[in-house]
Design a protein around this ligand. Structure first.
Ligand code: MSP
Length: 518
């Protein structure tokens, strides 16, 4: 087993009734950013994503497409795996709930809940929304335009009456409230914790956890005709991936409990109420944090297939490059809030931060070394107060950024790094090395050295969000692969004078504003 501290982060598993869009890319990107950061920071990371393939919604979509559910799942799941490749996601596993290992795991969890006395058989009579795969109480429903009953999400509901197994969710009301009070970081952001607390303190009903009116799912052990409710099936994926029910196995012992389950705000209730209740009932350790992020709209409008305004991540990457897409999504909106996607905001943000601020800094410093110092990193002379100040600020950046990343304050972490980029640009402009080639070559070399050292450290820190561009930049600076971890930040690994600097190429393209494209 690794001696490094472990870090287990998960995305929701995606329903295969829909092809991947920007919302799916967003959740996984947030986890990828975090996972890459933690790996570079010395953690043994397990980063899990995958597809949620069972349930009535998927069964109906397969039927509509005229193919078997399994063929349908194979096809759409492959699209999500393609997205992981296209977005350069560094997930360690891609789990599918139709895998045999998952069936065994979720059945073991069921049996455990049964043995502990938390499951009983009865009859369900109530409202169900296939689109949400959720049961709703009468009081939660809203009225549609024609007076029809709708789920609070606006999804259609149907009346369901069938034999069902129930989970004694009501027994966990107090324990859940105690959990939220004892660990206020369990649900983040804070506003979401209050939402969850209010829901639970309003009273919990027992939860129907099996269905008999369709067949696409994991069979309930020893109860013919019963299929598990898709959410108990889906949530258990987080355990399956680390080897459950083998609690003595290396994977389980290393990674469970998970450090963060990243979810969208729409599926918080399942993760912050049902999931901990299942785990408490099964006597299994609870995840350390559920983080609920916000939703993207497109130029002010809700994103939906029927409005035809779905943002295709493959198209974005094609038009704007991968690293710019990754940067924009994580930088533009405070993580946890809703955000509006617009092409002009995208172009402005990426041109300003990537092409201008960081791209130009790197390009100017490196091309001056290439041209004026024969492509050899100069030896610095005596450092001025300005040189020392900029190096000291950069040497101290990691703990500040780490602290923000550990709170999933992704936009703030990037903002902090880019503040340092801006300060380094000011330093460079004031030091004006371009006028010193003949008058004071030693001073020129010192300024270029300091700027290059700043770029080296910034590039190392920027790797988790822009891995492709930073790979190119760090190669251009002759920084070996093994010298790119966060242990190489700070004073201990200064860039080597005498190392060769080939003719640099810009790593961030500049985009045309959308109105100029048409
Ligand atoms: N299958 C369930 C999750 C089971 S986890 C044990 C599911 N799947 S989903 O495909 O419908 O949604 C997955 C994620 O995509 C959710 O976290 C959701 O919030 C996110 N998004 C879907 N549309 C989105 C936006 N427009 N913006 C941001 N994220 C959104 O729910």
């Amino acid at each position: 087993m690794s001696t490094k501290p472990s870090y287990y982060i998960t995305t929701p598993i995606y329903y295969v009734n829909d092809v991947p869009h920007i919302g799916h890319a967003y959740t996984t990107l947030a986890c990828d950013f975090m996972a890459r950061f933690k790996r570079l920071d010395g953690f043994d990371v397990m980063f899990l994503t995958g597809t949620d393939e069972h349930g009535q919604k998927v069964e109906k979509s397969a039927e509509a497409a005229g193919v078997s559910p399994q063929d349908f799942c194979d096809k759409v799941s492959a699209r999500f795996q393609d997205l992981a490749g296209a977005m350069n996601f560094s997930n360690d596993q891609f789990i599918r709930t139709t895998e045999e290992r998952h069936k065994l795991s979720v059945q073991a969890l069921w049996t455990r809940l049964m043995e502990k006395g938390y499951i009983y058989e009865d009859k369900y009579a109530g409202w169900y929304s296939v689109r949400d795969e959720a049961f709703y109480a009468e009081g939660e429903l809203i009225k549609g335009e024609d007076g029809e009953k709708l789920a609070p999400t606006g999804a259609p509901v149907e009346w369901v009456e069938e034999p069902s197994y129930f989970f004694k969710l009501s027994a966990f009301e107090d324990k859940l409230l105690e959990l939220y009070d004892a660990d206020t970081d369990f649900v983040m952001p804070k506003s979401r914790l209050n939402e969850v607390r209010n829901f639970v303190s309003g009273g919990l009903l027992d939860l129907s956890i099996s269905r008999t009116s369709f067949s696409w799912g994991v069979p309930v052990p020893g109860a013919e005709g019963h299929i598990m409710y898709v959410w108990i099936d889906a949530l258990a994926n987080y355990l399956t991936a680390v080897g459950f029910p083998d609690e003595q196995g290396d994977a389980y012992k290393t990674y469970w409990p998970a450090d963060v389950h990243m979810v969208g705000k729409d599926i918080l209730r399942f993760h912050a109420v049902y999931w901990p209740a299942f785990l408490l009932a099964a006597d299994l350790p609870l995840p350390k944090r559920i983080f609920a992020h916000g939703w993207w709209t497109n130029e002010g409008q809700k994103i939906s297939k029927s409005l035809g305004n779905v943002i295709d991540p493959f198209e974005l990457i094609e038009s704007y490059s991968l690293d710019a897409t990754r940067y924009f999504l994580m930088r533009e909106v405070p993580f946890g809030n809703d955000g509006d996607f617009s092409r002009s905001a995208f172009v402005n943000r990426c041109n300003a931060d990537l092409a201008n601020d960081f791209g130009n800094l790197a390009q100017r410093a490196l091309s001056m070394i290439h041209k004026n110092c024969d492509g050899i990193m100069p030896t610095p002379g005596e450092l001025t107060d300005e040189d020392t100040a900029i190096l000291t600020a950069i040497d101290g950046l990691l703990p500040v950024v780490r602290n923000l990343m550990d709170k999933q304050a992704f936009n703030k972490a990037l903002e902090t790094i880019w503040k340092q980029v801006a300060d380094t640009n000011v330093y460079f402009a004031n030091a004006a090395p371009w006028g010193l080639k003949t008058s004071d070559p030693v001073r020129m070399g010192t300024i270029l050295y300091v700027a290059a050292e700043a770029v080296r450290q910034l590039a190392i820190l920027i790797q988790p969000i822009a891995p492709d561009a930073m790979e190119i930049l760090l190669c251009q600076m002759s920084i070996a692969e093994e010298d790119r971890a966060f242990t190489c930040l700070g004073t201990g690994h200064r860039i080597k004078a005498g190392s060769s600097i080939p003719k640099p190429q810009g790593v961030f393209p500049r985009f045309q504003p959308p109105e100029d494209v048409e």
